[in-house]
Design a protein around this ligand. Structure first.
Ligand code: GDP
Length: 176
């Protein structure tokens, strides 16, 4: 069935977390597009990326706080929510986790089959990532236990591509 080979992946996170850069890395890696200097996401863009007989749709939606009320409109039929966090912006980690929690608490909109992948991005800027990961998992753990939401946490650098090789296989696997 063709439908089984289509995955819709929503790329969300606070502004400046690296969403467009992650998408740019994917397009460079799987669509042979030269890497581009990206500017923060304004509005949204949809990209279709072929991968392993799948067609992966990446929805890159702006993270500015003024746009956040509209995120809800894109949740229908999402297979994977890719949540991008700027590991170097320690002061905004709480805000980012709160936004993710808000989304997860309104799961009737997102759909209960939607899988969640958190990218702890800009790892190249952080000397020791462990405290960030620990804090993130602690912040999320209570709710994750309650809601029984499976969640993957992946340290990445969208600039260098470090940690991103496994992402598309994971998206396709989780959409199955
Ligand atoms: P968006 O608003 O979430 O789409 O964020 P962008 O993708 O536009 O990235 C915001 C800024 O962070 C840009 O200047 C990117 O070059 C930079 N950036 C994104 N990912 C990384 C990363 O992994 N490492 C570093 N050092 N910079 C990054």
């Amino acid at each position: 069935k063709l439908k089984d080979r289509e995955s819709r992946c929503l790329v969300l996170g606070l502004d400046n977390s690296g969403k467009s850069t992650v998408v740019d890395w994917i397009l460079a890696s799987y669509k042979n597009r030269p890497r581009q200097l990206v500017t923060p996401t304004v509005g949204f863009q949809i990209h279709t990326v072929p991968f392993q007989n799948h067609s992966v749709q990446l929805w890159d939606i702006g993270g500015q706080s003024t746009l956040r009320p509209y995120w809800d409109n894109y949740f229908d039929k999402t297979d994977v929510l890719l949540w991008v966090i700027d590991a170097a912006a320690a002061a905004r980690l709480g805000e980012s986790v709160d936004e993710l929690k808000t989304i997860l608490q309104n799961r009737d909109r997102l759909g209960y089959n939607c899988r969640i992948i958190v990218l702890v991005n800009k790892k190249d800027l952080v000397a020791d990532l462990d405290p960030v990961i620990v804090r993130l998992k602690t912040d999320l753990s209570e709710m994750l236990k309650l809601e029984n939401v499976p969640i993957e946490v992946c340290p990445t650098s969208a600039l260098t591509g470090d940690g991103l090789d496994g992402l598309m296989p994971m998206i396709v696997e989780k959409s199955a």
